[in-house]
Design a protein around this ligand. Sequence first.
Ligand SMILES: NC(=O)c1ccc[n+]([C@@H]2O[C@H](COP(=O)([O-])OP(=O)(O)OC[C@H]3O[C@@H](n4cnc5c(N)ncnc54)[C@H](O)[C@@H]3O)[C@@H](O)[C@H]2O)c1
Length: 353
Amino acid sequence: MDMPIRVGIAGVGNCASALVQGVEMYKKYPELEPLVAFKKVGNYTVADIEFTAAFDIDARKVGRDLAEAIFSPPNNATKVYQPGKLGVVVRAGPVLDGKPEGNVVDKVVEGSLEDVVRELESTNTEVLVNYLPTGARKAAEAYAEAALRARAAFINAMPAPIATSEVWQRKFAEREVPLLGDDTQNQIGATVLHKTLVHLLSLRGVEIMDTYQINVGGTPDFANLMYRRGDKEKTKTAAVKKMAEGQDFNAYIAPVAYIPFLGDRKIAHMLIEGRIFGGVPISIRVELEVHDAWNSAAVVSDAIRLAKLALDRHIGGPIYSASAWGFKNPPVHMPPEEAYRAVVEFINGERNN
Ligand SMILES: NC(=O)c1ccc[n+]([C@@H]2O[C@H](COP(=O)([O-])OP(=O)(O)OC[C@H]3O[C@@H](n4cnc5c(N)ncnc54)[C@H](O)[C@@H]3O)[C@@H](O)[C@H]2O)c1
């Protein structure tokens, strides 16, 4: 085993739950091969990830060991594995605009940005993953600032514009700290599937007329998205539209309903309408059902290891290859196979970022 990668988490919600469960399960059972795209990133495997810090504002999570906090309500990610105590106590962070909408959190506990910096430094945390609720732009910026001050690589797993902001790109480049984002693109989620279909039609000379993707789910993320879905609509729409350069078509892409009995299942419905040779119409309909939080964990485990590789090589600023691979709204968009090749080149040291 290589040196562990010391990872902090901001926002101990469903995505954090799946990531922590998965990493700890693969550590405990080395005979299980992690179902990720990159079994090794340099020398790093999923089992090299070690959780060292965690932050939240929900009184039901703050003060608890991370292994317990991931199962505290309102989290409802599918339980696959119960890790033993991790010795990582969830600390309070700055609230700002973080409190999710939809009556998801009752009692809030507040910390400060300085508390976060101190915790990251005293635990030697190398990579901070930002899992804050969608819409929490100011709070996301506070954690980006904390990561920068503590020189921890920052992975922006939610839609606030950080990796796509020139201001933040410059700050991270100046301090030689890696920056990845924005908004995780799940292992096999609606975005990557929709992108692939649109790209295929574009390659085959089909004129795309219009498309929609509507998503329903039963997680706290969906409860919050019913009030604050603007950023999510932007990242999802950008991801799909960029796959057919030169074509202009109508796209309606949105989370549309919070349906509590779905639990952590998300169901995506898609329609793509276009014209082929002779102007003759075609249409494609797709339905995809996934366990949402688990679907994000594989990609974040890739992103953590890619961020660590950048740290090892003293590369700061936006990591374009890893961002295009793992995120819906990266600084540079690439179709999935091109992003995959770019990541392989980055791992092999054939490209810088
Ligand atoms: N597959 C997916 O579920 C997926 C995919 C891509 C992106 N995302 C995005 O990732 C983010 C996390 O998703 P989730 O399902 O884990 O959401 P969640 O609502 O389950 O978790 C968010 C957590 O952040 C905490 N929080 C709120 N404000 C905070 C603050 N200021 N400081 C620290 N913690 C704070 C909440 O209490 C909660 O524990 C969301 O923005 C979501 O849109 C999720």
